[in-house]
Design a protein around this ligand. Structure first.
Ligand code: 13P
Length: 365
């Protein structure tokens, strides 16, 4: 097992406050997101959408890796460059979502297990040849009346560990993503309890499957009250509970914890990450982001499926990635939201300028 290379890849992705862009929505999920903005979903429009993000000038300052999905790793840019090569040219490491989504867990009403282990070894081999250097597998855990059950937690932990072992065998860094969903009325305390239980089961399973933690990235939820909980916790409470649960359940050998955004508002996702990084206390892992919605939502809104809006979409993405990267270093300030970067985005969008070219530096020093 090429542990050293895996560890190097894992650490490179998250160097200097960098995080991950989770651009791995399935065709079905992306079609729904596009539809919510009245944008048609064709293979070419999805390609244009991905390309807007991957081709953002100077984005490697804040993003170290991009998670793609099967359709995207096989697509070419408008000028004929494979998107995987385009990502590499931008200085980003390509990753690939390899799970097949969730199915109802037999005998466990309301709970799901992630599928996709069949034939996974061959698929990983192919993705590595295409250029992927890391992979992702997402398990979902629901909090509810009597949920989660121990068997759901264990079934998901088991498949996560078997996936991770296969990834390392094939020379890919596994991102292990056990997501405790935000849906529901549960309290912050309940989320903390369940997240701790899930992390414990996942690391037990990883140990049993001889997965090297040095070459693994953990992608957990933050500890947050359910969407419909009448008492929403403060940023400080979320940060404290999240760090506490990690300290109790995540071994220090893991190079980085790369949080998912899980439906949080993009500003809150930035603030939470910043607050976690500002806390005192042992933090043996990098604490950074692997956001999907929280990184892309603003850009999707301004892009609106139109090629003339690509520069504005790229500015929105660049700005959010910059703020999230600052948060990964505990250096985010809310004044960054009202600064020149935002004004510049608007100006350029109305002038229809191409960013990152010519004499005008795109980023603010
Ligand atoms: P969100 O940040 O939108 O939760 O997406 C992250 C992800 O990769 C989910 O699997």
């Amino acid at each position: 097992m090429a542990t050293t290379n895996l560890e190097e890849t894992a650490r490179t992705i998250v160097t200097d406050g960098r995080g991950i862009l989770a651009a791995d929505e399935t065709v079905r999920t992306l079609t729904k997101r596009l539809a919510s903005h009245a944008i048609e979903s064709t293979a070419d429009i999805r390609r244009a959408y991905r390309e807007m993000f991957f081709n953002t000038p100077d984005i490697a300052a804040f993003i170290g890796g991009v998670i793609m999905q099967d359709e995207t790793v096989r697509q070419k840019s408008a000028t004929g460059t494979p998107l995987v090569a385009l990502v590499a040219d931008r200085g980003l490491i390509a990753g690939i979502k390899v799970d097949d989504g969730t199915q109802p867990l037999a005998g466990a009403p309301g709970e799901r297990v992630t599928e996709g282990l069949d034939g996974l070894r061959g698929r990983l081999e192919e993705y590595r040849q295409i250029g992927a250097r890391f992979a992702k597998w997402r398990a979902v855990i629901t909090i509810g009346d009597g949920l989660p059950t121990a068997r759901c937690v264990h079934a998901n932990a088991e498949v996560l560990a078997r996936y991770a072992a296969l990834c390392q065998e094939q020379g890919l860094v596994p991102i292990v993503e056990p997501e405790v969903l935000m849906d529901g009325t549960h309290t912050l305390e309940r989320c903390e309890e369940v997240t701790g239980h899930v992390l414990h089961a996942v690391f037990d399973a990883l140990y049993d499957q001889r997965v090297s933690l040095d070459g693994t990235l953990l992608k957990p939820n933050m500890v947050i009250a359910g969407h419909d909980c009448p008492r929403q916790a403060s940023v400080a409470e979320v940060a404290a509970a999240t760090l506490r649960v990690l300290a109790r359940h995540v071994p220090p050998a893991v190079p980085a914890v790369v949080f998912l955004s899980g439906g949080q508002d993009h500003l809150l996702a930035t603030e939470h990450l910043n607050a976690i990084n500002q806390l005192e206390g042992p933090k043996p892992w990098k604490l950074t982001f692997s956001y999907g919605r929280a990184l892309q939502e603003e850009a999707l809104e301004v892009w609106h499926g139109r090629s003339e809006n690509v520069p504005a979409g790229q500015h929105a993405f660049y700005h959010r990635a910059k703020c999230d990267s600052a948060a990964a270093l505990g250096r985010y300030r809310s004044t960054m939201e009202s600064g020149a970067a935002v004004a510049e985005t608007r100006l350029r969008s109305s002038n229809n300028q191409q960013p990152g070219t010519g004499d005008t530096p795109w980023h603010n020093p």
